[in-house]
Design a protein around this ligand. Structure first.
Ligand code: PHE
Length: 343
């Protein structure tokens, strides 16, 4: 019996070594015959029970059958791997695919926010602005302090701001890039920086935890509010493709003085006031103002010589208005977004 145990062990080992070197189905078939064929090693081993004395037959049967089962399972595993590899190879060599044939279906589309961001970028570029990019993660300094948003300003509240463990923040507005841009370019400078902002809000049809803004700065000598007003009017007229009436409403931002909100005359109202503007006939589209001299100084710009204005437009808001999207959450819905397919 000891003899048969070591015989079984040896055959298992032999099979394992043989299979380890097999890498194609043809050789695998040879191994199958060698072990499981009519006069294969396992077949003979099991069949040899005939020559075993009766009192040992039970034990012999158990041992050899267990060896056979193990061997079959081992062999089948190897076969499954090689079958799979053969299938992959066949697909790769297959003439059923011609990778160079152009696809009939156009896949992919630009997101509505990307579309309006691109449109605005073109408008600003034509007005001599450079297009920059801000960071989505910023220091508290850049997001708040460099914009005169003090330590106890409500905007810093945990309710609004997403803080990282290291104390940095997910930017709450694109103004967070202002300081870096001042330091990088000095004055005079004209730059826009579209980007994503984050606020810890309850999500509903008009609020999201993340939305896109487009920030712009223009710093030069002799810049006044009159320039700002004229500028906003030109930009929105270009964006809507026709002359647009614009008004500045006094507002407060810590980083601009004076500060305003920019409204455009509702483009959807016909003869009667409409729902889009909540029947006010004006739509708020941006915050803006004359950059506070301290903000310029923190950016290394001489505020006695230079003045400037800054504005922050809601790109997400603009996109929903432009395309008549009622619920901001649709901007994450791939099925909904399909309609913006590439032309
Ligand atoms: N950062 C302001 C906001 O998110 C917008 C703004 C930008 C206002 C630049 C003035 C100047 O609401």
């Amino acid at each position: 019996m000891e003899n048969i145990e070591s015989k079984c062990g040896k055959i298992k080992e032999e099979l394992e070594t043989r299979l380890a070197n097999v890498s194609d189905l043809k050789t695998l078939e040879e191994v199958r015959i060698e072990f499981f064929g009519k006069s294969g090693k396992i077949t003979l081993l099991v069949g040899d029970i005939r020559n075993v004395p009766n009192e040992q037959k039970k034990k012999y049967g158990e041992l050899t059958n267990a060896t056979k089962e193990y061997a079959i399972a081992y062999f089948d595993d190897k076969k499954a791997v090689l079958d799979h590899l053969a299938l992959v190879a066949e697909q790769q060599n297959s003439t059923a695919y011609d990778m160079s044939v152009p696809s009939k279906k156009k896949v992919g589309s630009l997101h509505p926010v990307t579309i309006v961001a691109n449109e605005f970028s073109e408008i600003f570029k034509s007005m001599g602005f450079i297009v920059e990019q801000g960071n989505e993660i910023e220091t508290e300094y850049n997001n708040f302090e460099a914009l005169r948003i003090g330590k106890d300003h409500p905007a810093r509240d945990m309710q609004d701001t997403f803080y990282l463990e290291d104390g940095r923040v997910l930017v709450t507005h694109t103004s967070s890039a202002q300081n870096r841009i001042y330091k990088q370019y000095g004055a005079p400078v004209r730059a826009i920086f579209p980007g994503r902002s984050y606020r810890n809000e309850d999500v509903d049809a008009t609020h999201d935890v993340s939305f896109f803004q487009l920030e712009g700065i223009l710093v030069d000598e002799n810049i006044t509010v009159a320039n700002l007003l004229y500028f906003m009017k030109s930009v929105f007229s270009k964006a809507f493709g026709r002359e647009i009436e614009v008004r500045l409403r006094p507002y407060f931002f810590p980083f601009t003085e004076p500060s305003f909100e920019v409204d455009v005359k509702c483009i959807y109202c016909g003869d009667t006031p409409c729902k889009v503007c909540k029947e006010t006939t004006w739509i708020e589209l941006a915050g803006c103002g004359m950059i506070h001299p301290e903000v310029l100084e923190m950016g290394g710009i001489d505020s006695k010589k230079y003045r400037g204005f800054a504005f922050g437009m809601g790109l997400t808001r603009f996109a929903t208005l432009k395309y008549g999207i009622k619920d901001i959450r649709e901007l994450h819905n791939l099925n909904f977004l399909k309609q913006f397919g590439l032309k």
